[in-house]
Design a binder for this molecule. Structure first.
Ligand code: CP3
Length: 318
């Protein structure tokens, strides 16, 4: 998950042949290859399609670029009317991602699961309004000073995301994941309005279209509010960040599956401390429905041997 390929030399080699990151994502042959690379190397049980959460703002008409070493840069926010007109067209404009999913599903071992995903509306809105990665102070203030405008933008994103995920499911995605990377720092009322409500509406729309694929919700940084998230949003699994407590995970496991929550810094550090934490995670959550994963994205300078160490222990008990 999250910009994951960069720790693999084969990813960096493939990436070097693409003119820029967005063309890479929109090239089904290359994106399918990038999706499959980690599956060839490691015994993972699921693959996540190679794409990015910021392709949706682009499909809605906002300029999006990835500048080397600077992260994403977004142009001026298009008018709400213009974006509203593009809601259904946006899923069509992202048809190449559907083609990537189809290609991957054809090549992937049938026992392996293929995950499709989208950014959740609030997280995507933070990039659209701030113009890139930020501390989100401006957009969190905007949530109070321009409540109506923000709610309208979120509604557009809810509808466009639902269409996009339906398209992904019909193209071969067997699980759908919503990345709410910036749920942190939201007071409870904003969390209900900007996270819980929009996620619930997306899932209702996807279900109304007849899609039965399970949903994983990842409200990163939501702290204790994760429990109300799991109660109010009809997800089948909740992805947990590195802070999630053993007790909270166990409480969640009574109603949903959980995913997470190994610290990417510990994966990079490796050694005995990594084994100790792996054993702890498996002991605290391994009796309930648990999808082993990181609590956030893998860091680009993570040694491959440390990933192998995790698989040996988690999959083979070594
Ligand atoms: O991890 C994977 O390879 C699976 C596909 C995937 C990518 N991005 C590919 C990618 C997924 C699931 C994402 C999600 C994503 N993208 C999120 C949500 C998850 C999270 O990280 O919390 C967010 C916030 C983004 C936005 C984004 N995309 C950022 C901030 C960056 C880093 C830009 C930089 O220069 O550091 C990206 C780029 C990106 N997305 C890369 C990949 C493989 C790296 C591009 C490269 O090869 O240089």
């Amino acid at each position: 998950m999250r910009q994951a390929g960069r720790y693999l030399p084969e990813y960096r080699a493939l990436r070097a042949t693409a003119p820029d990151f967005i063309s890479f994502c929109l090239n089904p042959e290359m994106a399918a290859e990038a999706t499959l690379q980690p599956m060839r190397r490691f015994e993972f049980s699921a693959a996540i399609v190679f794409a990015d959460i910021l392709l949706l703002p682009k499909a809605l008409g906002q300029d999006v670029r990835f500048e080397v070493g600077e992260g994403p840069k977004l142009g001026a926010l298009p008018s709400l009317e213009r974006m509203r007109d593009r809601i259904e067209g946006a899923a069509g404009a992202l048809g190449n991602i559907g083609e990537t999913l189809g290609r991957v599903r054809e090549k992937l071992d049938p026992s392996k699961v293929l995950i499709g995903f989208a950014g959740a509306p609030w997280t995507v809105a933070t990039y659209m309004i701030e113009g890139g990665s930020s501390d989100r102070v401006a957009v969190r203030t905007y949530a109070y000073t321009h409540a109506k405008a923000l709610d309208e933008l979120i509604d557009i994103l809810v509808d466009a995301t639902a269409h996009y995920l339906v398209m992904q499911a019909r193209s071969g995605a067997q699980v759908l994941k919503l990345f709410e990377s910036w749920a942190e720092g939201l007071p409870e009322d904003l969390f209900e309005r900007l996270v819980i409500g929009p996620h619930a509406r997306i899932i209702a729309q996807v279900r109304a279209a007849g899609v039965t694929a399970p949903f994983i919700g990842f409200p990163r940084g939501a702290g204790a509010l994760v429990q109300s998230y799991a109660q109010k949003v009809a997800v089948q699994a909740v992805a947990l960040d590195v802070q999630a407590s053993a007790a909270m995970g166990q409480a969640l496991q009574k109603t949903v599956a959980i995913q997470g929550a190994l610290d990417p810094l510990l994966l990079r550090a490796g050694g005995k401390a990594l084994d100790v934490r792996l054993d702890q995670l498996l002991a605290q959550w391994g009796q309930g429905p648990y999808i082993f994963n990181l609590g956030h994205g893998i860091l680009p300078d993570t040694p491959i041997a440390h990933v192998e160490q995790v698989l040996a222990r988690v999959v083979h008990g070594q």
